[in-house]
Ligand binder design. Structure first.
Ligand code: AMP
Ligand code: ZN
Length: 664
């Protein structure tokens, strides 16, 4: 046998042992024998670098150092999940989705693992990329670290697809976590707080050899990609299992919400026997075509729902209430609590939302209160323990003036929040607006962070976002922690933001209620800031999805003289305040005022591209058929109940080619 063959055989053997041990939990050789074989392979590979393979089992020991994790844009966005807490929530969900798809719905129930989500890319059976969720649109390339996790296959088995992404959760089992902590305590180091944070912290360690020492595991739950040739979620889990992934076998296929609830009941008790932390159940529409029909909201798939196990509660004392001022001037009361352990973290603060909430709880400084932590990061105060209330306590009086600038607060009718109206003179508002302006989804100014913005404002160097464009290197150099290089980067980053497209600039302006989606709609409709600035309320509310509240906010923004001055300055500096010629290509108003439903599977165009075409031509994509529907664009597999509905309402159905012809 030649050397190369011998190396290949050893690799295959070690791969199988890894699989048996870490995926199946069923080792077939002793650790000692495994180590001997691994050493042999390592020696051969060192002697014969010509046979190097990045996916060899020897690569799992790590050693690669990553100084800066490269940012990678997800080919398919990593969404969050909507949460439900009761039977009613689940039934509501089912009612909603039944309106949108045809036929019976089956569900796959899975456990919701509490770790760090990861997206793995495989090409021709080899792991090529591992990326963290990040903000869902882009994450960090942590491939070197992920390769050290033994339950992640570096090379697949069986009849795998040529290219796909698979998503899962990196978790740290309790056993391994406790062992890590014992070692830390022995070394006199502070123990880690909880498995989840430790797992996600591990992914960002610079030294992959350190990651290799941690007993992390990777549990998989979602195949992603196009043309996967798979029909259901349940089938995709089985496939993934066959290819060598660790797919937990708790997954169960059910036919009704009642059965979902049985699954939840069962695991609510038995989750305590599992080796890892779980915080609920994830319910997914099983049929992938139905999933596609249901699609996504801005944050989460419509076809999936998390059901949270009941949150843990503790009681503690309310020490004080303080008030924070946001960038829009909104006041948020914050409860400062006697620190208390809750679900693995120390809780010191909780949001009290607004004056109504304080009144409703009748919460007073000195009270003993019940605190709960659900899925959200900020814990909630559920109630006051009235039995323990001091008889001398006084009702909480909400502040009347801004804690930062002392301006009298206002509260508009029908709104829960108090506001500081001192738009141009209240420090946290000034700073907050500029921080919003530079943020990633807005102007994305590299080299400038939130703290530096605060510093620049406090030093009197800037007072609004247009001032950024006049900053010079000489001005910022003397600032704390500013070196020549970072000053260069800052000025360069600001200059580069002049290329950011109009829709994002519009979002960056920080007009109340004008979020990313609304900014996009307005930009698309009006195409330039000058036109928006002169639009009437009536005109604005006629734009798709713009309601009276948004329209009024837009009007009042442009009524402010100060804002107009700032906009003029931005324009002078060359910031994009209208759509560029490039962006206008392919945009028409042919479909203006039309509401179009897209359904079925298409041959010549993807469903997403089709929807984009409709929007680019001024039409509106709607998800359900109603009397307002102009017509339906249907591919193959249009469901019978949709067809019936269309016939009943006398709505015409076009195939993709007829539609494409319509818009040329
Ligand atoms: P959340 O972060 O609360 O919006 O929940 C979404 C996250 O749940 C996903 O990003 C995954 O990391 C995680 N998750 C855990 N188990 C599952 C599962 N079985 N299916 C889908 N997502 C899961
Ligand atoms: Zn103020």
């Amino acid at each position: 046998m030649n050397i190369e063959q011998h190396i290949q055989n050893l690799r295959r053997e070690l791969r199988d042992h890894n699989y048996n041990y870490y995926v199946l939990d069923n080792p077939t050789v002793s650790d000692y024998d495994f180590d001997i074989k691994l050493k042999e392979l390592q020696e051969l590979e060192t002697k014969h670098p010509e046979f190097f393979d990045a996916n060899s089992p020897t690569q799992r020991v790590g050693g690669a150092i990553t100084k800066n994790f490269e940012t990678i844009v997800h080919e398919h966005r990593m969404y969050s999940l909507d949460n439900s807490y009761s039977k009613e929530d689940l039934q509501d969900w089912e009612t909603r989705i039944k309106k949108l798809v045809d036929g019976d719905i089956q569900y796959t129930c899975e456990l919701k693992y509490d770790g760090a989500s990861i997206s793995l890319t495989y090409e021709n059976g080899l792991l090529t990329k591992a990326v963290t969720r990040g903000d869902g649109f882009q994450g960090d390339n942590v491939t070197a670290n992920i390769k050290t996790i033994k339950s992640v296959p570096l090379q697949l088995k069986g009849d795998y697809l040529p290219k796909f992404d698979i998503r899962g959760e990196i978790v740290l089992p309790f056993d391994g976590f406790n062992k890590m902590n014992e070692e830390r305590i022995e070394l006199g180091e502070e123990p880690y707080r909880n498995p989840r944070n430790t797992a996600s912290g591990s992914l960002k360690l610079q030294d992959s050899a350190e990651v290799a020492k941690r007993p992390l595991e990777c549990l998989l739950y979602n195949l992603t990609g196009s043309n996967l040739g798979i029909r259901t979620q349940y089938e995709s889990l089985e496939k993934a299992r066959q290819w060598g992934f660790k797919v937990p076998d708790a997954a169960k296929l059910v036919n009704s919400i009642e059965e979902v609830l049985e699954f939840v009941e069962y695991w609510n008790v038995h989750r305590h026997d599992l080796p890892y932390e779980t915080d609920g159940v994830v319910i997914k529409v099983n049929n992938l075509q139905q999933q596609e029909e249901l699609g996504y909201t801005a944050k989460a798939p419509r076809w999936a729902m998390a059901y949270k196990f009941k949150a843990e509660q503790v009681s503690t004392k309310l020490n004080s209430i303080t008030y924070q001022v946001g960038r829009t001037g909104a006041i948020t009361p914050v409860a400062n609590l006697e620190p208390v352990e809750l679900a693995g973290t120390t809780v010191k603060r909780a949001s009290l939302h607004n004056a109504d909430q304080i009144e409703k709880l009748d919460i007073r400084v000195g009270d003993e209160v019940f605190v709960e932590k659900g899925g959200e990061i900020i814990p909630k105060i559920i109630a006051v323990d009235f039995a323990k209330r001091d008889s001398n306590s006084n009702p909480t009086l909400y502040i009347t003036n801004c804690p930062e600038c002392n301006t009298e607060l206002i509260r508009q009718e029908g709104e829960a929040q108090h506001y500081c109206p001192n738009y141009n003179g209240c420090n946290p508002q000034i700073i907050g607006r500029i921080q919003h302006f530079i943020s990633r989804k807005a102007m994305d100014i590299e080299g400038l962070g939130g703290e530096t913005v605060a510093l620049l404002v406090n030093e009197g160097l800037i007072n609004n976002y247009s001032d950024l464009y006049e900053l010079t290197k000489e001005q910022v150099m003397p600032l704390e922690r500013m070196a020549e290089k970072s000053a260069d980067n800052l000025v360069f980053g600001i200059d580069a933001s002049k290329k950011i497209p109009f829709e994002r600039v519009l979002f960056a302006l920080g007009i109340r209620f004008v979020g990313e989606t609304v900014a996009k709609k307005l930009a698309k409709h009006y195409k330039s800031i000058d036109v928006i600035a002169t639009a009437s309320e009536e005109d604005l509310v006629n734009v798709d999805e713009i309601g009276i509240k948004i329209a009024q906010s837009v009007l009042s923004f442009f009524k402010e003289e100060q804002n107009m001055l700032i906009l003029n300055r931005l324009k002078q500096f060359g910031v994009q305040l209208e759509m560029s010629a490039d962006q206008l290509i392919g945009q028409t108003n042919i479909l203006q005022g039309q509401s179009i439903v897209v359904t079925g599977v298409f041959e010549s165009i993807s469903r997403n591209d089709l929807k984009k075409l409709i929007e680019d031509n001024g039409g509106k994509v709607s998800s359900s058929i109603s009397s307002k529907t102009s017509y339906i664009v249907a591919g193959t597999n249009m469901g019978p109940s949709k067809k019936q509905k269309a016939e009943k309402l006398n709505i015409s159905i076009l195939n993709e080619y007829e539609f494409l012809q319509k818009i040329q």
